[in-house]
Ligand binder design. Structure first.
Ligand code: NOJ
Length: 881
């Protein structure tokens, strides 16, 4: 059995058309619309100037200063696709004890591996709105990635953020809001990295649709054209929060931003990420998106993954031996390579991987015990590749809890739910039962057969088992009638109390696979249920008086064809539950627990309720496809509220069997705020190394070296190395450096100063408390979601969305009559706007303006308002949405 990651397929498809040369990247760019600019930003800021990374950098410097040129270029690049156990395998510096790093998908579990847990997807995790649970999932993921001997977890995903409901990979992230994404990502990173695994925030940035994302010889990847304020307040926000949480790695996106490819985007990587956000770790390319050697290094890329050019498997790289050559001939300054290597090694020390870190004990390529050590090599040695280490522990409990607490009750007319086990129940829909061919029958889950537990592409893991809904229902109601079909069958006339449970789904994934006409994005099925699911619900509703609809989905659907049907009494969105799809659902269906999930996106009445830039994918164009974010800040509920469009179910919506009231809110200022953050501290010192071109002998092949054909190495033949060195020391050949190129380190922008930006941005500005009570006469216990939305002062010179999510908490399970007081916090950044002139975060209400903090359990159910100017809170108001 062969387990493969997806990007290989896309490269094979695109391979014949992909460019081997790196001429394209330095050639003229396609024109982008007026006003969207990718300004040059050089040089790459050195890493190591922050105290939080000092120790790691001190150790890294000691190690890197002993490395030869070839050792440095080796550790900054992969050794080639399928040249080791993991989806990405870096080169090593064995002589000094620096190992090959194993970089492994996916954000929801160890990909292509045995004996792991297939956790619920990001979107499901976001739907819990439960910080403790999100963190617990991160810890469990980190334990499994460590147990399998990986070094780098290729997650979490916050780009796409979910701007386009049709976008193929939205489900890998946590929801269509920057704050929900940011907090969930930060907690995941914390949980993972505490286990000694480097987390990777991805994809930086603007990867909001799948089609046309890749560069090839005919067409550049699309350009996400994002203005400065929108970038800062929406798309960059989760990345900033991830950097603030200490994330060790960032993966660039396939696409371009404002005309420049993300993997060589000096403004995004050097400027924003490494200077403004003060990122101290390493920046890697997404797989096979490396399209220039020198330019990408100068633009701040630190690691090329998986090492190959964008046509893999021929043994060509734009780095490795080419980076060695570029340093010898003086094109890439030694200073830059030193920083690249130091960043990689510092991330490794930061997570403590120098001490007892396990080596990979699994193979992404086979489940056999023995196999090829370098599967992509023409003649590979063989050996043991799988040790079948079970890393599951009791993580199924975390997985099940997340799946369960994400289940979102959208409608429950006449309190049909919870169901009684004595009801006569009929189940309809193929989504109720696991794929008959087995849960992993489709590689990369690139099919929608049986219960949908995850989307498709590289963001998946293999199920160790699959607890499907129908088995779990049968455990409760043994004589349940199951119609494993998506076409409504002929059934006897039900009696009025009989219940029909109808399962429907909607799938999406990565562009490397097309499933039922959907090219990653939901471009074929759009916002309809797959396999005629909407019709199935309608037919069931014509026959039965009590219909419960269960939806497994990657994102929103338009439910209008059946949602108002009087027989459709209850609707549960179970999102993408992973392996624990069954019991998590029956616990809610039969009332062991109340549903407590809330929507991580809005559900509109029509796709066209959003402006065209959001509602539609960008179609084919000659040259670069332009994906212009003309809606600015106004995505999801921000867009609907601005235009006064009522959704069917608003962002944050979710019902419970319990009956909560919110009362006794308080607000208190914690830190008084000036208009802009106080001046940042100057940067601390960074490691320094000799910057002269190293001796050519540091690049010579070692004597008697046994080369694996097509494996990527950092060495050059003697004459090549000597020639490059001669050019370099003579200073003869001057590379055609990009516009604005400089080698002088700068002080960094005012908005910077710490991890994620100026440290004062995380000062708590206001603390809010609210008491949530489950009513005395409530019939069920339950957990409540408390959401805080901010309304900016009137009359400020900035256009701001009506309300924006700023914090959230979830109560413990409250029995009837029990209450809990929860605390929510707003930071300086939360009450700021990004001022494009000042290039800083500005608090527009710092002169006593009134911010209103709305507290509720959905973006359109805002029960209480607290005012920052008077410090008072009140209820019973008409909210602004
Ligand atoms: C491509 C995907 O975009 C990325 O998310 C993934 O981590 C890499 N391939 C490796 O599989």
């Amino acid at each position: 059995m062969v387990h493969r990651t997806s990007a290989i397929w896309l490269s094979l498809v695109l391979g014949p058309f992909a460019s081997l040369s790196h001429a394209r990247s330095v050639g003229p760019r396609d024109a982008v619309p007026e006003g969207y600019r990718a300004a040059p930003y050089y040089p790459t800021p050195h890493g190591g100037w922050l105290d939080s990374w000092k120790e790691a950098y001190t150790k890294a410097q000691a190690l890197v200063s002993q490395m030869t040129l070839a050792e440095k270029t080796n550790i900054t690049s992969g050794v080639g696709y399928w040249m080791g156990p993991c989806v990405g395998n870096s080169g090593s510096a064995d002589r000094l004890g620096f190992p090959q790093l194993c970089l492994q998908d996916s954000a929801l579990g160890v990909a292509s591996a045995d004996n792991i847990t297939a956790f619920p997807a990001g979107i499901t995790t976001g739907a819990t709105w439960d910080k403790a649970l999100i963190y617990a999932r991160g810890v469990a993921l980190g334990e499994e990635f460590r147990g399998k001997g990986t070094n780098v977890y290729l997650g979490p995903t916050v780009g796409p953020l979910g701007r386009k409901p049709l976008g193929g990979r939205n489900w890998e992230g946590f929801g269509a809001d920057p704050v929900l994404q940011a907090k969930a990502a930060a907690l995941t990173i914390q949980g993972v990295q505490e286990q000694g695994i480097i987390a990777t925030i991805k994809h930086y940035v603007g990867n909001e649709q799948e089609m046309y994302r890749m560069y090839n010889v005919f067409q550049p990847g699309y350009s996400a054209n994002i203005d400065d304020r929108t970038l800062h307040e929406i798309y960059l926000w989760p990345f900033a929060e991830a950097v603030h949480a200490g994330v060790g790695a960032v993966m660039t996106a396939y696409n371009a931003v404002n005309g420049s490819a993300c993997s060589q985007h000096s403004y995004l990587v050097n400027g924003i990420l490494k200077d403004e956000l003060g990122f101290q770790g390493m920046v890697m390319s997404d797989w096979l998106s490396h399209i220039s050697g020198v330019d990408s290094a100068l633009a701040g890329l630190d690691m090329n993954m998986p090492g190959d050019t964008n046509i893999p498997l021929f043994g060509f790289s734009l780095w490795q031996y080419e980076l060695t050559r570029s340093v010898l001939n003086g094109s890439v300054p030694m200073d830059r390579l030193n920083d690249m290597a130091t960043r990689v090694v510092a991330a490794w020390y930061k997570m403590g991987q120098d001490k007892d870190h396990p080596r990979p004990n699994f193979s992404s390529n086979t489940r056999d015990k023995d196999g090829l050590l370098y599967p992509a090599a023409l003649f590979s040695p063989t050996g043991q590749v799988n040790w079948f280490v079970n890393v599951q522990a009791d993580h199924y409990l975390v997985a099940r809890q997340v799946a369960q607490d994400a289940i979102t009750l959208l409608k429950n007319n006449g309190s049909l739910l919870p169901l009684s086990t004595s009801a006569k129940i009929s189940v309809f829909g193929t989504d109720a039962q696991v794929n008959p061919a087995g849960p992993n029958a489709c590689g990369n889950r690139a099919c929608n057969t049986g219960t949908l537990g995850m989307g498709w592409g590289s963001g998946v893991a293999d199920y160790p088992y699959f607890d499907d809904p129908i088995s779990a229902i049968r455990k409760r109601v043994p004589d349940v009638e199951f119609h494993n079909t998506d076409t409504f069958p002929s059934v006897d006339t039900p009696s009025p109390d009989d219940v029909a449970i109808v399962f429907i789904s909607s799938d999406s994934g990565e562009n490397s696979f097309t499933v039922e006409g959907n090219h990653g994005d939901r471009d074929n099925d759009k916002l309809a249920a797959w396999h005629g699911g909407d019709k199935l619900v309608q037919k069931a509703a014509e026959k039965y008086s009590n219909v419960v609809v269960i939806v497994h989905t990657v994102g929103p659907l338009v439910l209008e064809s059946w949602i108002d049907h009087p027989s459709v009494k209850a609707v549960l969105f179970a999102h993408l539950p992973g392996q624990e799809a069954g019991e998590s659902l029956t616990n809610v269906l039969f009332g062991d627990v109340s549903p407590s999930g809330h929507l991580p996106y809005s559900i509109t009445k029509a796709a066209t309720d959003y402006p065209d830039s959001i509602a539609n994918l960008r179609g084919f164009a000659f040259g670069q496809v332009q994906d212009t974010y003309s809606e600015g800040l106004y995505i999801d509920y921000r867009s609907l509220n601005k235009r006064g469009i009522k959704p069917r179910f608003a962002f944050g919506h979710g019902l419970s069997y319990a009956n909560f009231t919110f009362s006794d809110a308080t607000i208190r200022p914690v830190t008084s705020l000036s208009l802009v953050p106080p001046p940042r501290e100057p940067k601390g010192t960074t490691p320094s190394y000799p910057t002269t071109i190293p001796n050519a002998s540091e690049a010579y092949w070692p004597d008697n070296f046994n080369r694996i054909w097509r494996y990527l190495y950092p060495w050059l033949d003697r004459d090549e190395a000597d020639r490059a060195y001669a050019i370099g020391v003579a200073g003869e050949k001057k590379y055609a450096y990009p516009e604005g190129y400089s080698t002088v380190q700068g002080p960094g922008p005012a908005a910077g100063g710490g991890e994620g930006g100026n440290p004062a941005l995380w000062d708590v500005a206001y603390e809010i408390t609210v008491t949530v009570r489950n009513a005395d006469d409530s019939t069920h216990a339950g957990k409540a979601s408390v959401q805080a939305y901010l309304q900016y002062p009137e009359g400020i010179p900035y256009d701001t969305p009506v309300v924006q999510l700023r914090d959230f908490e979830k109560t413990r399970e409250l029995r009837p009559g029990e209450s809990e007081t929860v605390t929510l916090r707003l930071t300086r950044k939360d009450v700021s706007v990004w001022d494009v002139e000042l290039q800083n975060w500005v608090v527009p209400g710092s002169q006593g303006g009134r911010y209103t903090v709305w507290i509720g359990d959905a973006s359109d159910r805002l029960f209480l308002a607290c005012y920052t100017d008077t410090g008072k809170c009140e209820g019973g108001l008409k909210p602004p949405v």
